[in-house]
Write a new protein. Structure first.
Length: 155
């Protein structure tokens, strides 16, 4: 099992958007609009769904997390900690750049990414719902930006 854990971890480190982000270095390439955010997030979701190694690893982790404490920690890292950390950093940067209103970045990030995580889990169980989920993701991101986008002060 250790070889399997190492291989899954290696794949994750090499390919996950969430595991390797340097916000200071990548600040210029952040999505500045809801349309850009939709494209970025949907691209990552398609990669998660369709890359054979990533898809197999995700499904294996769901099953094996209850048998192996090390895999349970990896599952939490991949599907919660790193995702929330990534989006917390993204929300901080978008607030600093004046794109989004300032508020608690971790809560804003949770409101943004956790519904998407649930929809990804749904598609792991029911892949035929991918089109529906992608439409929900798009509507969710569009609404998120409408609600959190910084508006000019009209005083």
């Amino acid at each position: 099992m250790d070889a399997l854990v190492q291989e899954v971890l290696k794949q994750y480190e090499e390919h996950s958007l969430f595991a390797r982000t340097d916000w200071e270095k990548n600040a210029d390439s952040l999505p500045q609009t809801s349309d850009a955010a939709v494209q970025m997030i949907q691209g990552q979701i398609r990669y998660i769904f369709h890359d054979p190694a990533i898809s197999r690893a995700r499904k294996m982790l769901v099953i094996e997390q209850f048998q192996n404490a090390e895999l349970a920690m990896l599952q939490t890292r991949q599907n919660y900690s790193d995702v929330l950390g990534y989006f917390t950093g993204l929300m901080k940067q978008l607030s600093r750049q004046g794109v989004l209103a300032e508020d608690d970045p971790e809560i804003i990030a949770a409101q943004f990414c956790l519904p998407i995580s649930v929809w990804i889990d749904l598609c792991d169980r029911e892949p035929e719902r991918e089109t529906e989920v992608m439409a929900l993701v798009s509507k969710h991101i569009q609404q998120f930006f409408r609600l959190y986008q910084r508006t000019a002060n009209l005083d």
